[in-house]
Design a protein. Structure first.
Lengths: 483, 487
């Protein structure tokens, strides 16, 4: 039998560090299962394959089918534990039949996934091939036989006399039914018989098996045929379906808020160009007015400093680039209008951390981590993100270290975005990005990240105006108060 | 459906928005205090009487039942006695249910305690069924002819003459006194997940086992060779918790069965029990008829078929029932033709105007409750609503009541005008006396015209003689004469 086709194929790339996803706030948006997939960049071919799958998920027909299938699979996963949980042989037999029934249902649903996208076609073909079909037919026949055989055990009489006995059910009716008949004939109605859910007790199970030895033998013979069959096989689709559905749900939620998503082109040359890129991690802060930004990292300009006013969205821009790059590398759509991205082999980020290392001071730790990042990125096409690195050192020392680091990155040919407050970066040969008030958005006083060679002066006046604490606003307020 | 001897369709019906103090104004409460000392019964009777039924069928339904009870000597007493027994069983049933509920709630139910509940339920149901049979026998012996009691008899007959009635009785007898051996056989049903879905008590007679151990011991040599062998297996409860599991299932099985018995008993009580309370109405009504008969006071069931009022020898119930010599109470005739809008009664103080109004009001209420009225003969058409406005002292001084006496009256009448529709009857006693004659007269005239034009019949007692001129069209005017006569 062929290997079960997977929806998520990985080439075994080195996983991204967990801290990277945390730095980009991915953990606030996605479940642990999705984060696990996002940690494993998948390579160009797989990116394109997954993009096709995501595209298929956007169609309601596909989404609904997968949702139903996921529901079946989730139930099935629980059912698979039933035989282990069984206290006796009769209970285990029922559990086995239950598994078979659900397995058949799932196989049928998986084989009906054709016509949606190539990856799902492959799954459908696998579950609809002649070998599987033949197996399913035999299994469904055996399910019917088993149900019929097990029904023999379903009714019986118990006598707790001097000795306790189990006998076949010879009673025309029990006392409740007898009374119910009289009551009904006299025009009275009775509540329905109470249903129990008590588990069968091992002694009863054993006694019933002994009471019907021929049936027991037949049941065991049928079960014996499936001892080596792996019924767990479809379970692996659960995490895969959940991954696609979760990302798709986020896409929909974003779309409702006017945030678009796109499938970036996979560039053959190293670059990261993007139009209207959104930092969707802000959604976890219930922020609804997310400002989109563009990015253009090319072989000509692979390195940018980002500097400027506090609250201008510098970190958000860095996060948007990083998070969407991670999404792209896992074949997911990114939150932008359009993009062309090279599948970088390595991504790393350095965010300021608490002084959690007892052995080192903060600056020492920053030096250590940047060296580590550079070592791991060696001879790879890497995209590096630095956020206020060396800001803990005095201005002169910090700026010196920054220049040394940038030089190493330039020589290695890595792509990089470096967020810093060091004003000296403007004087360097590296291009600088800076937040500027979005004049189109008059009322909101929001910022756009733009390329600049100007001064990195603070925008205190704008901020004061935004909060109506500027002179004009304060004078107006004075007039209103009549003072 | 619940049976009723007050309402032919079982559902309570009566006039809406009736002034709860109206019987007080007519002194009917005081009159019936002379008839029945039992406050509980009397209050229920007044409650029913204060809700006059506007349809003739219901009134005649009650009249017929009352006539049956009055005519058939000893019938009512035996009927009520059986009902008391049924009600006692009802109370017992509630207690048993409560015990079962408490056991379930506290989680302290055992097979033994549940067995006691089942016994009590079986006994209660059996006695209830026997009670229904007693009703059937009683009604067959007395043969009442009223529709209400015939329906009652038919319902009893349908139950107790059904072939399964005896079977149900026998079933109850089986569980009436349970020995431990009665509850040791069960039928189990497993569902597709191998869970015990049903676990019910089964009669021991259905279980046949042939002990294989006897065969092993060689005791089968004593067995007749042609004896049938029944397949069976020993159930060895060695697993921890097994015996406890069966004990719990047994408790549930007993509980199921007692629940079924309780459900039947509940339906019987729901059908029959409402009559127990209704009997209080007939109890007081019969007392009333007997007192009238003993005191030689004329009474009759009014004819409800006519559209005009014609009462001969109308008496006031309170006066007749409270005085030692009711023969001295003055009677009056009342005649309101079909096309007459109402009656205006004028006269001096203490000349019997209010007693006349009260007598007429009482007659209307008694008639519409299905009771006899104090008169030699009576034709009383049914009205859709009854309202009364009796001149009263100023209401209590309390928050929200800043109105004077006149304003109170106006407010009261305004509410009346809001609610009264065509076919209603209004009794007015000295209305608008608290203002000037002219103003009161004019206001009252307008009001009476309104009533008249809306098809609301009125009876007004007043000093405002100006009304005689103002409202003489289609209105009958009466005056007091000597010896409390109204002419």
């Amino acid at each position: 039998m062929k290997t079960t086709p997977r929806l998520l194929n990985n080439r075994g790339n080195a996983p991204l560090p967990e801290q990277l996803l945390t730095d980009f706030q991915a953990h606030r948006l996605f479940s642990a299962g999705v984060l696990e997939v996002l940690r494993s960049p998948c390579g160009e071919d797989e990116i394109l394959r997954r993009q096709q799958l995501f595209d298929a998920f956007e169609k309601s027909e596909c989404r609904e089918k997968i949702k139903d299938l996921l529901s079946l699979l989730t139930t099935y996963r629980k059912t698979l534990y039933l035989p282990n949980d069984a206290q006796d042989v009769l209970e285990r037999w029922h559990a086995e039949v239950h598994i078979w029934e659900e397995y058949l249902q799932i196989c049928s649903a998986l084989s009906a996934l054709s016509g949606l996208c190539p990856a799902l076609d492959e799954v459908a073909r696998f579950y609809g091939n002649a070998e599987k079909r033949e197996f399913s037919e035999r299994l469904s026949q055996n399910v019917l036989e088993m149900r019929e055989l097990l029904r023999t055990f379903h009714q019986g009489l118990l006598a707790f006399w001097e000795k306790n006995w189990v006998t076949p059910d010879n009673a025309p009716c029990d006392e409740f039914d007898e009374f119910a008949t009289y009551a009904k004939n006299l025009g009275f109605s009775l509540p329905a018989k109470k249903k129990h859910t008590a588990r069968i007790e091992p002694a009863l199970s054993q006694a019933l098996c002994a009471l019907y030895p021929d049936i027991t033998k037949q049941v065991e013979e049928i079960l014996c045929q499936y001892e080596t069959v792996d019924f767990r096989e479809p379970i692996s689709y659960i995490s895969e379906f959940e991954f696609f559905l979760e990302i798709d749900t986020l896409n929909r939620k974003c779309a409702e808020m006017g945030i678009p998503h796109c499938y970036p082109k996979v560039s053959q040359t190293p670059l990261y160009t993007v139009k209207n890129l959104y930092d969707v991690s802000l959604l976890s802060k219930n922020c609804t007015n997310i400002v989109p930004n563009d990015g253009e990292f090319t072989q000509k300009d692979p390195f940018f400093f980002l500097t400027g006013t506090n609250g201008g969205g510098k970190t958000s821009y860095l996060r948007a680039l990083g998070l969407n790059l991670i999404l792209f590398l896992s074949g997911c759509p990114i939150f932008a209008a359009a993009a062309n991205i090279y599948p970088f082999a390595y991504i790393a980020a350095h965010f300021p951390t608490d002084e959690r290392f007892t052995q080192m001071g903060r600056l020492e730790e920053e030096l250590f981590r940047t060296e580590e990042i550079l070592a791991q990125a060696k001879e790879k096409k890497a995209f590096l993100f630095f956020n206020e690195t060396y800001s803990s050192a005095d201005e002169q020392k910090g700026f010196e270290l920054l220049l040394q680091l940038c030089e190493k990155i330039r020589i290695a040919g890595h792509f990089c975005l470096y967020v810093t407050h060091f004003p000296g970066v403007i004087q360097t040969s590296f291009p600088v990005l800076t937040p500027q008030i979005d004049e189109k958005n008059n009322n909101a006083r929001t910022y756009k990240i733009v390329k600049t060679k100007g001064s990195a002066s603070s925008y205190a006046a704008d901020i004061l105006k935004k909060y109506k604490l500027d002179r004009a606003s304060l004078e107006e307020r004075q007039k209103e108060n009549g003072t | 459906m619940a049976l009723s001897i007050l309402y032919p369709q079982g559902a309570k019906s009566g006039m809406p928005d009736l002034d709860p103090r109206i019987l007080y104004k007519l002194s009917l409460d005081r009159a019936f205090a002379e008839v029945c000392a039992d406050i509980k019964k009397r209050e229920y009777f007044l409650e029913v009487t204060a809700t006059p039924v506007p349809d003739r069928a219901t009134v005649e339904f009650r009249q017929d039942i009352l006539k049956d009870f009055y005519r058939l000597s000893g019938f009512f007493e035996r009927f009520a006695s059986l009902y008391a027994e049924l009600e006692e069983l009802h109370a017992q049933n509630k207690d048993v249910k409560k015990t079962g509920f408490v056991l379930n709630l506290s989680g302290t139910a055992t097979a033994s305690s549940k067995k006691s509940v089942l016994e009590a339920q079986a006994l209660c149901l059996k006695r209830t069924l026997l009670c229904i049979r007693s009703f059937d026998i009683l009604l067959e012996n007395y043969a009442p002819c009223s529709a209400g009691l015939t329906v009652f008899q038919k319902t009893c007959r349908e139950i107790c003459r059904h072939p399964d009635f005896e079977k149900m009785l026998a079933f109850c007898s089986k569980y009436e006194y349970l020995s431990a051996s009665n509850i040791r056989s069960f039928r189990f049903t497993l569902d597709d997940a191998c869970r015990i879905e049903h676990y019910e008590l089964t009669d021991n007679q259905h279980i046949h086992v042939t002990d294989p151990d006897l065969k092993q011991k060689g005791l089968n040599i004593f067995r007749r060779t042609n004896k049938e062998v029944f397949p069976c297996q020993r159930l060895v409860l060695s697993h921890p918790g097994s015996a406890e599991k069966y004990r719990k299932l047994t408790v549930e099985a007993i509980s199921d069965l007692s629940g079924a018995l309780a459900a039947v008993a509940k339906q019987i009580f729901e059908t029959f029990s409402p009559i127990y309370r209704e009997l209080d109405f007939y109890f007081v009504a019969l007392q009333y008829m007997r007192v009238l008969s003993e005191k030689n006071i004329p009474f009759c069931f009014p004819d409800l078929s006519k559209r005009g009022v014609c009462i001969r020898g109308l008496l006031d119930p309170y006066l007749c029932l409270s005085v030692p010599n009711p023969q001295k109470v003055v009677s009056n005739d009342v005649e309101i033709p079909e096309n007459c809008k109402g009656l205006l009664i004028f006269g001096n103080n203490g000349s019997g105007k209010t007693v006349f109004l009260r007598s007429f009001g009482c007659a209307q209420f008694l008639a519409q409750a299905g009771l006899p009225v104090l008169a030699e003969s009576a034709e009383i058409p049914l009205c859709t609503q009854i309202a009364a406005q009796f001149s009263e002292a100023e209401k209590e001084f309390c928050a929200g009541n800043d109105a004077g006496r006149f304003e109170q009256e106006v407010r009261e009448l305004s509410e009346m005008v809001e609610t009264l529709k065509k076919g209603a009857l209004v009794l007015l006693n000295e209305t608008f006396q608290s203002t000037s004659y002219t103003e009161g007269g004019e206001a009252l005239c307008d009001l009476l015209n309104y009533f008249g034009n809306c098809g609301i019949r009125f009876v007004l007692v007043s000093h405002l003689h100006t009304l005689e001129e103002q409202c003489k069209t289609d209105v009958k005017i009466l005056h007091t004469a000597q010896k409390y006569k109204i002419v």
